[in-house]
Design a protein around this ligand. Structure first.
Ligand SMILES: Nc1ncnc2c1ncn2[C@@H]1O[C@H](COP(=O)(O)OP(=O)(O)OP(=O)(O)O)[C@@H](O)[C@H]1O
Length: 260
């Protein structure tokens, strides 16, 4: 590694995955640095979910390697990988509707510490301050005592982010963090994620179909098409890349300038 460049949080090397005759990933390599917001984009079926699922251990690659802070984690169990500092949020938020926002984050903190539910009552008291701090960081502290089921959609997504941070990840994988949001909500959400990457030195890898989010906020963009990495660079470089335009415009999926 050269000069003062920070050591990468995550490096994936030559990831390959087939499903029968379908080549979902074909020799995909990229890295992400601390404090970096990296978008992973590509038309439908490009291999983005397969890539995420390999990084967090849900799926084994046929070949290739995943390294977290220089340590090989390829093929470890998802729970183990989570403990090593890889968090994930999903396109469909996974919160408990009958519990308050605060209780949801407390539960995430307790789970991250590996405690079991019979310790719930004392652990709940202990985790309260830390949970409130996470709600504060995600702009949801005023909603702490509301049942999650009563929250607006954008607030649920911010709550889910607070829960993902409860595991104190160094890498956060976000599946379409702004799916289903209005243009205004999308901008607010990604701006929040960007602030958190900076303030916590967190590396965030996110998939996204909303190009206003990607091009307005990502530090760097990795583009997949039919399982291959076709571009890896700045927003400007990727926007001007003929191979990227061809992947989007040449396919049936979507235009590169689409909004959902
Ligand atoms: N379990 C599976 N069995 C068979 N084929 C699969 C399976 N999962 C994914 N695929 C195929 O692998 C390719 C890559 O899929 P993947 O879900 O990783 O892409 P993606 O970029 O996340 O797509 P999308 O944007 O539509 O979610 C696609 O052709 C898909 O149909």
């Amino acid at each position: 590694m050269s000069g003062n460049a920070p050591a990468p949080v995550l490096e994936v090397s030559a990831l390959t995955k087939h499903y029968g005759g379908v080549r979902a990933l074909d020799g995909v390599s990229f890295a992400i640095a601390p404090g970096e917001l990296l978008a992973l984009i590509g038309p439908n079926g490009a291999g983005k979910s397969s890539c995420f699922n390999i990084i967090n251990g849900q799926l084994r690659p046929d070949a290739g390697e995943v390294r977290l802070h220089g340590r090989a984690i390829t093929g470890l169990a998802p729970r183990r990988i989570a403990r090593l500092g890889v968090g994930r949020t999903f396109q469909v938020a996974t919160v408990f509707g009958s519990m308050t926002a605060l209780e949801n984050v407390q539960m995430a903190l307790i789970a991250a510490q590996g405690r079991v539910f019979r310790l719930w009552a004392p652990a709940r008291r202990m985790a309260r301050e830390a949970a409130l701090a996470l709600l504060e960081q995600t702009g949801t502290a005023a909603l702490a005592e509301r049942p999650a089921a009563a929250l607006a959609y954008g607030d649920v997504k911010r709550l889910e982010l607070a829960m993902a941070l409860a595991g104190d990840p160094s890498l956060l994988l976000m599946d379409e963090p702004t799916a289903g949001m209005s243009a205004e909500e999308r901008q607010a959400m990604i701006a929040l994620v960007r602030r958190l990457t900076r303030s916590r030195g967190l590396a965030v890898l996110f998939t996204e179909h909303a190009m206003d989010v990607v091009f307005g906020h990502a530090d760097r963009v990795v583009v997949l098409a039919r399982g291959r990495l076709i571009a890896n660079g700045s927003v400007e470089a990727v926007q001007g890349d003929p191979a990227v335009r061809e992947a989007y415009l040449g396919g049936v999926s979507a235009s590169i300038s689409e909004t959902p």
